[in-house]
Design a protein around this ligand. Structure first.
Ligand code: NAD
Ligand code: G6P
Ligand code: MN
Length: 430
């Protein structure tokens, strides 16, 4: 039977992935699911683990749910390892959001300075996990969901021999939105996504073989369509959309509407709190719900989190590998020359075929200037962040922030000093 280890199993997102495995049980018969956490997350693991057990019992599927703080026991002989941990928990996320705001700079958990801080904390842990895998489950796949998903996946891809793919719910959310705009079903569409995680563009939207992207952009400019829960749905404006000629992802608002987003963040920080502070309250009420022994399914309230549809992405991907399906998925995968303006060893977010040997990104036509410039800069920021994260290279960290389009260069020295000193407990490499 299949063995799966989920690192960060105490996450409030866990009912998502449990539901995903339940729904696909016939094609993906998971026998043992190990939910792994650390001492600080033990209470969460207990609560969400009990809910997971009630969910599989209610569904009548035979998945053994194991709750453990022993990561090695969980990884040993696993077929798939999925990661959804957060080093430093929500307190660290809130710092990632607040530190840049002191400098009047975008404070976001994956995009810009906050994302770099999260990457620096996470890279040592993911490399440790990869080391355990190399020793205890060398043939297993690592399906990474931990943010910044593209950077973390790239660190593993560059510095280990582990088979790895990264995931994000954003492409699926964009596909569903496109389906809504075109008044069709998402499974009738095939999206051509290209870019990096949280910097991905929908270049084409094929419906019955016909590219409908222009219609999508026109309708998007005049309508009101929901993106992800954690980002305000500010309108893009017709000129912006037409000049890009592609579907931007919700995170593009930080680049295309920077001032507006910064003002919104400053206002939120003063009122309801940063998104991390809001999520802290949300999480507390979710765990109250999860404690209720009458709850035996994934509660609706989980939809208030930004990671909606995560389990569809993760479980469909795992099933495609396990069953050697050769189906289309939107994943973070080694570029390998498919996007010719990016290095071969960069990890890109791309429409890919997936089967038992993993993901093969589709070849891409050369990218137009309007997306190539931004993409290349952010890709090099990511490369520098990985060097800083792996080697504790201060100069690389300094330049990562300096070249980042959302960071004003004269604040870098002080901003970086704050990031390092306030995260020092989680930065063994520095
Ligand atoms: P969370 O703060 O609830 O953390 C999840 C769990 O990780 C906690 O129970 C915590 O105790 C545990 N943890 C921390 N350090 C650990 C370690 N070293 N080993 C094992 N477990 C550890 O976070 P969350 O809000 O549930 O999000 C989890 C992760 O998933 C984050 O990294 C988040 O950014 C990511 N995420 C990604 C996407 C995506 O689209 N890729 C969407 C949503 C969330
Ligand atoms: C989605 C992203 C994730 C992100 C999450 C935030 O937008 O794709 O990568 O982590 O939502 O959600 P939250 O509810 O934690 O703010
Ligand atoms: Mn994401």
């Amino acid at each position: 039977g299949l063995k799966i280890a989920t690192i960060g199993g105490g996450s409030s997102y866990t009912p998502e992935i449990i539901e995903g495995f339940i729904k696909r049980y016939a094609e993906l018969p998971v026998k043992d699911l190990y939910l792994v956490d650390i001492e600080a997350g033990k209470w969460k693991l207990e609560i969400v683990g009990q809910l997971a057990r009630r969910m599989v019992k209610e569904a009548g599927v035979d998945i053994n749910i194991h709750l453990t703080l022993d990561r090695r026991e969980a990884i040993k002989d696993a077929d798939f390892v999925t990661t959804q941990f957060r080093v430093g928990l929500l307190e660290a996320r809130i710092r990632d959001e607040k530190i840049p705001l002191r400098y009047n700079c975008i404070g976001q958990k994956t995009t810009g300075a906050g994302g770099m801080a999260k990457a620096l904390r996470t890279i040592p842990v993911i490399l440790d996990i990869a080391k355990d895998m190399a020793e205890l489950a060398p043939d297993a796949w690592l399906i990474n969901f931990t943010n910044p998903s593209g950077i973390i996946t790239e660190a593993v891809s560059k510095y280990t021999d582990i088979k790895v793919l990264g995931l994000c719910n954003v492409p699926i959310v964009m596909e569903k939105m496109t389906a809504e705009i075109l008044e069709t079903a998402a499974d009738k569409l095939r999206m051509d996504f290209v870019g990096l995680n949280h910097l991905v563009w929908g270049r084409a939207a094929y419906l019955n073989g016909e590219n409908k992207i222009n219609e999508v952009i026109t309708k998007l400019a005049s309508g009101n369509f929901r993106g992800v829960k954690n980002i305000p749905d500010y309108e893009w404006g017709t000129d912006l959309l037409n000049s890009v000629g592609m579907l931007p992802c919700p995170y593009h608002r930080y680049y295309y509407l920077t001032d507006l987003m910064l003002k919104e963040e400053i206002k939120a920080a003063r009122n309801e709190g940063t998104r991390g502070e809001v999520v802290k309250k949300l999480e507390a009420s979710l765990f109250e719900l999860y404690k209720n022994e009458d709850l035996k399914v994934k509660p609706k309230e989980l939809e208030e989190r930004g990671g909606q549809y995560y389990s569809d992405a993760a479980c469909d991907l795992i099933s495609a590998i396990y069953n050697d399906k050769g189906t289309i998925h939107y994943v973070n995968v080694k570029n390998n020359g498919t996007v010719n303006c990016l290095p071969n060893d960069s990890v890109i977010e791309r429409t890919s075929y997936v089967g038992k040997n993993g993901a093969t990104p589709l070849n891409s036509d050369p990218l137009p200037s309007q997306i190539k410039g931004l993409l290349q800069v952010v890709n090099e920021y990511e490369t520098l962040t990985i060097e800083a994260g792996v080697h504790g290279d201060y100069n690389a960290a300094f330049q990562a922030l300096t070249i980042h389009p959302l960071v004003e260069s004269s604040i870098v020295k002080d901003l970086l000093a704050d990031i390092i000193s306030e995260n020092i407990d989680y930065l063994p490499q520095f």
